[in-house]
Write a protein that binds this ligand. Sequence first.
Ligand SMILES: *[C@@H]1O[C@H](CO)[C@@H](O)[C@H](O)[C@H]1NC(C)=O
Ligand SMILES: *[C@@H]1O[C@H](CO)[C@@H](O)[C@H](O)[C@H]1NC(C)=O
Length: 374
Amino acid sequence: MKTMELVFLLIFFPVTLSVKHSLKLLVTTSSGVKNFPDYVVVGLVDEVPTGYCDSIINTVEGKQDWSQKMFEDDPQHLEWYTQRCLLHQYEYKDQIDILKQQLNQTEATCNPLWDLTLLSDSLSGVHIFQKMNGCEWDDETGEVNGFVQYGYDGEDFIAFDLKTLTWIAPKQQAVITKHKWDKDRAQNERWNYYLTQQCPELVKRYLDLGKSSLLRTELPSVSLLQKTPSSPVSCHATGLYPHRAMMFWRKDGEELHEDVEHGEILPNHDGSFQMSVDLNLSSVTPEDWRRYECVFHLSGVKDDIVTKLDKAVIRTNCEFPAGPVIGGVVGLLLLAVCITGVFIWRRRDNGFRPANSSDSSSSDPSSVKDAALN
Ligand SMILES: *[C@@H]1O[C@H](CO)[C@@H](O)[C@H](O)[C@H]1NC(C)=O
Ligand SMILES: *[C@@H]1O[C@H](CO)[C@@H](O)[C@H](O)[C@H]1NC(C)=O
């Protein structure tokens, strides 16, 4: 083999083609929303909603064919989840009350998650307390990462540090809670056991049971969209699966970083995902357009989808495709947040920093608004 070929292979086919699989439980408690369950748990396997439970139905439902069948075949497993769903409710509802007192919030003051003018009236007084726990398992190296983190009203509140088995408080308001929870060694040991032992076993079991759907690949349809002639051109892919995908703009074959804005991967109703990457063309002359192309790459699939920048194929505002789950209907927004809240929350979750470090993690309501109203 020629040296160049070898170099090429090493660059484009990294030695380990490992994939990280995950199990996450997203718990949302809210207070003060009429006709809405104040406790909702969604279980996600590889970001796909797989199980569901809330304080109205009080039982656990499989959300995929394979998880429904799993619960039918293994009632004990269903019972295990159902017990947790029931018992944990009361614990969380107490926690939200304690937090409200701790944060001196008897009335809603500043609630970034709901900083949407449409909602501000109907939802004043609403508080959202979310917990996300779970693990990632690397199918090649066997490495496991576990996490437990809490968010309050859409912002990071407290997170578990598996190395020290203590809690990290990114904000001054959470320091009291940190000290309290640090003392509960038995509980922290239980977290350690769940995150490093039980959770990865569950991931492997679910992957095996659901492999025909969880391990499938689906290429998206890719289109170029532009709201007005002066706005950036958005390269939009929808219907992709799994969520491990990359999309970028290229000029003369080279990846662009300037004037490019990457959107997040968002869930669709049907279990597939969508993503987009915007390119600001305001300083590009029409003759140069043909030098640009959008590249979509799906993990595990060799061929990329390459879309040349061409005025003739750009779709304009009026034919924008339907938004992600979270788009649109105001009445369903809370439900959407419960199911996809993790996506909103994640915007601020690149690393928990202890309180007193500069507070650059403060919320950015406009980005939430963008996600919600996309
Ligand atoms: C809440 O109010 C009490 C009494 O007014 C005060 O001592 C405490 O520091 C306040 N807590 C926060 C987080 O502002
Ligand atoms: C696009 O870039 C131009 C300058 O290069 C800038 O003035 C404009 O605000 C940018 N548009 C967006 C939507 O970022």
